[in-house]
Design a binder for this molecule. Structure first.
Ligand SMILES: Nc1ncnc2c1ncn2[C@@H]1O[C@H](COP(=O)(O)OP(=O)(O)OP(=O)(O)O)[C@@H](O)[C@H]1O
Ligand SMILES: [Mg+2]
Length: 403
């Protein structure tokens, strides 16, 4: 549904200028709530609390301090549209502000026409993003232990879904530091998650979709930056806006995560409609699977949001499947067989996933059968429901881990 109103937060230490702008904004029909703050030390808290559509930040009197605040706002709240104002406009100042994510620069004293045009542009942008209503499903693939095959399953699942359903599928490599899922698909991305975060307010969703790297198997790909240390800029607060941007563009977004419970990962799992928890059929994996399933429960995830997959499965004379399920406290949804080493490595080195290179191989056949069994579940899950129903308990747990 399109919302016809914008909420606005004015951040200006100069009371008369702030009141003047508030009066001008109040005359615009599409403007809803307007909050004014002259004590900027509380600005970030207020933004978190009121989540405004537009933030108007005055760069006067201290440009450097205000630009630092602008930078913090852009990183922590990339979905808020940031406008800046100042009594003098040097090209250098405007460029600095724009680089930090400002969308508009209003000269003081304000001209009502300029303010009105800016607000209408903001409303168009907001409506455009709300109009993208595919509301696809997000499936996060999580290894309960390193090396169990999470990336292999995420990549091949993306390919299998794209090939079988002919729907739009994105593989998001959320190992932002050392991810290499793009290599499995032989994709050379032109830009990364970091570029999206840095330009959040200027992104045209349609253009983004059409310019993402695409594999020969018709899977779109997005991953972390090339420079490992640059990934540090990606923060937990970016996860929700990033997925909100991507979710409407693709029928399925498959997220390949790292096997850790840090805050970025928890948010990726939290936002997912389904979690595929990947384990191997050995004691260390089973031990971790039990601990992960327990944590998922404590995080408040529905039991039927989590699907346990035993990868590289070989029937075991010591470990009995039923006993393993009892010990983990969760049913095993699917078992994927071990594929012969040479074939698997060749598929990785050639950048052609098994599901594409060898669809009749036992790994690919098993994955396709898993998808068939899944399909009912995939269709039954209301997209976006997980995030919408996020329990307060989880918020509390998250807030003790961060911020
Ligand atoms: N079913 C399978 N049969 C044979 N080999 C497999 C299978 N699944 C994964 N592998 C192999 O196991 C290795 C690790 O796989 P992968 O990188 O997907 O694991 P991961 O869980 O993503 O690891 P990480 O913790 O590093 O992210 C790879 O060499 C992959 O080819
Ligand atoms: Mg991996």
């Amino acid at each position: 549904m399109m919302k016809q109103e914008l909420s606005i937060l004015i951040l200006d230490t100069d009371e008369p200028t702030a009141s003047n702008l508030k009066l001008l904004l109040a005359e615009i029909r599409e403007v809803g709530v307007i909050v004014t703050m002259t004590d900027l030390s509380m600005a970030l808290k207020q933004i978190k609390k009121s989540d405004p559509d537009v933030i108007v930040l005055s760069l006067y009197p201290s440009e450097d301090l205000s630009l630092k605040l602008a930078e913090k706002i852009s990183h922590a709240h990339p979905h808020c549209m940031l406008f800046v104002t100042a009594p003098k406009a040097s090209p250098e100042l405007i460029i600095r502000a724009m680089r930090l994510g400002a969308r508009e620069f209003w000269l003081q004293p304000f001209r009502s026409e300029e303010v009105k045009n800016g607000i209408h542009a903001a409303l168009r942008l907001k409506n455009r993003s709300e109009a993208c209503s595919v509301n696809g499903k997000v499936i996060s693939v999580f290894g309960v232990k390193g090396g169990v095959g999470a990336t292999t399953i995420a990549v091949n699942l993306a390919v299998a879904i794209a090939q079988r359903t002919l729907k739009d599928v994105l593989l998001l490599d959320a190992d932002f530091q050392l991810g290499h899922a793009g290599l499995y698909l032989n994709c050379k991305p032109k830009f990364s998650v970091l570029d999206i975060i840095n330009n959040f307010n200027n992104i045209d969703p349609g253009l983004l979709k059409s310019t993402l790297a695409k594999s020969s198997s018709e899977v779109s790909f997005l991953g972390g930056p090339a420079g490992i240390e640059e990934a540090d800029v990606i923060k937990p607060a970016h996860v929700e806006p990033l997925l909100s941007l991507l979710r409407p563009l693709f029928d399925y977004t498959i997220v390949d995560t790292r096997p850790v419970f840090d805050e970025i990962n928890i948010r990726l799992l939290d936002e997912a409609d389904l979690i595929l928890a990947v384990a191997n059929f050995d004691v260390p994996s089973i031990y971790n699977a039990k601990r992960c399933i327990d944590l998922f429960r404590r995080l408040g995830y529905d039991r039927d949001k989590v699907f346990l997959i035993m990868n590289r499965y070989v029937a075991h004379e010591v470990l009995d499947l039923e006993a393993v399920e009892n010990s983990i406290g969760h049913p095993v949804f699917w078992r994927i067989p071990n594929q012969e080493y040479g074939t698997m490595i060749r598929s990785i080195n050639e950048g052609m996933p098994m599901s594409q290179r060898m669809p009749k191989g036992r790994f690919s056949v098993s994955l396709a059968e898993m998808l068939d069994r899944f399909n009912g579940n995939l269709d039954a899950v209301p997209a976006g429901s997980a995030a919408a129903n996020r329990p307060n308990r989880l918020r509390k747990l998250l807030s003790t881990w961060s911020e």
